[in-house]
Design a protein around this ligand. Sequence first.
Ligand SMILES: [Zn+2]
Length: 289
Amino acid sequence: MRLLDFKTIAVAIITSAAAVLQVPGTDNRPVAPYKIADHLYNVGASDIASYLITTTAGHILIDGGYEATVPIIESNVTAIGFNLRDVKILLNTQAHTDHAGGLARLKTLTGARLMMSERDAPIIEAGGRGDFVLTEPQWRFPAATVDRRLRDGDLVRLGSTTLTARLTPGHTKGCTTWTFDATDRGRTYHVVVLCGLTVLEGTRVSGMPAYPTIESDYERTFEVLKRMPIDIFLGAHPSYYDGMKKADALRAKPDGPNPFVDPDGFHAFVANAERRFRERLTAEKKSKR
Ligand SMILES: [Zn+2]
């Protein structure tokens, strides 16, 4: 009996250790922050983006990373000469632990207001509970109170900066792609911070009880993204747009063309995701027959 108890405990410890190793993983390595355009920086971890937009009225931060990303964000903000406490508005792309896990801690550190999609807000306020596919305890994170709930097309203003929230659901029900203008060497660019299009394991894109409208949501998202004006391609994960490589290219040739200006890369990324979505949809519909 005692041996059995010990075994049960040992298994529980090993299982939780594995979960900890998996989330966060190598995506959360500390890396140097990089400048993208005037007043626009990535201050996140190796593959977890966190965008700092500086204004004369304080700063905006898009995405809080994991809870474990917060010290990386804080030291990166300091490294580029700003103060995390000057962040006035926190925004979010999606209510998953790798983008929302740090929001509660960031709210405490900054006193900033959290503004995000009304469709993902309940998930953040429940610490990750209620997601349609990531239901295991390892996906939970510290809950954060949402101060303003946004709909498609809503504007967020601070100083002279205005951002538009575009609802691009599918990966989460409230997946939000952020668009705004930024200048670089006298030119103005349309910036897009893409939420994400990855279909997670366990998802049925033809519809599932926890998300019956997923198919039409994805269809609408692809249409919105294909028509979206874009110059600078950013996203919730730097790997979407080869962020580290582009940052290195900009550091190597600061007077050359801005490598983050990449509309072709954006359209290729969206087309690739749409192709994978359609393959999956076809396979699901075939197996239903
Ligand atoms: Zn996600």
